[in-house]
Design a protein around this ligand. Sequence first.
Ligand SMILES: O=C(O)[C@H](O)COP(=O)(O)O
Length: 331
Amino acid sequence: MATTAMSHQSIVSFISLRFKINSSLIHTSKKRNFCKIEAMTSQTETSVSYNNNNNTLLSPSKNIPETSLKKTNEAALILIRHGESLWNEKNLFTGCVDVPLTEKGVEEAIEAGKRISNIPVDVIFTSSLIRAQMTAMLAMIQHRRKKVPIILHDENEQAKTWSQVFSEETKNQSIPVIPAWQLNERMYGELQGLNKQETAERYGKQQVHEWRRSYDIPPPKGESLEMCAERAVAYFEDNIEPMLAAGKNVMIAAHGNSLRSIIMYLDKLTSQEVISLELSTGIPLLYIFKDGKFMKRGSPVGPTEPGVYAYTKGLAQYRQKLEAESEVICS
Ligand SMILES: O=C(O)[C@H](O)COP(=O)(O)O
């Protein structure tokens, strides 16, 4: 076991990164959550960012001083809409109701995991809903790097303290999973639990289509896509983009509409263009973040096909490392 771990270390190249953030640096333009950050990330591609003092992971903020970030070339961003849920199967408006995956949804998540099994992942963000969390976990089980995704609990001090990890080696073989309610599905208001087909028959197809796909028309007592974007995109900008800028490879497992709002931001779609954007369950999408820009790479194909991996040198090199690593393990 020890020999294998040593071999891994000699094969995979790691980059050290340290950054400190002063809690007094706070955006004044928008009321967003900021936290005092002192994160230590010892390894890319495999790294876990833990606070030195209490072993808990801390998220960076957009306020990381430019100079304190190590400049890295590019980072991968994977977006996955959760696999089919029990209410997708029943064609019910789900929104923020917390229902699990169906068996088909479990299979979709596993399939998604196979597709991204050669793409580096340093940190995972999920919504606070179980269907997204199940998807993230099931997908990561397929990853060739075989790191263990660990959900970070920061609901209170005790939860943080009681979930500490005391081995550096174990931490380095883990991937932090950060749940954030801001990535939750759009709140569907009084439509939650109603059948989509029956609702269309009752209120008219056009009305229901507007509730589901327009940018700024909210369903009764629910959130429009615009309202959903206000929290989801703000969270992305404040918590996820700084990670990418620091060279961290990120996976987000979330929902049809929270991801539509993030994709609208990434692809600079207009409120008209976003209307026709549909996301299938369990299909991962890949972006490369480079020089402050997002480049869309589509959906990664299976692990044995060249496809997406030819797109960037960095991804191709990562894949080669994984292959070299598995050869060492097999020999
Ligand atoms: O919340 C829901 O019902 C679905 O996850 C997304 O629904 P939509 O495709 O009707 O927006």
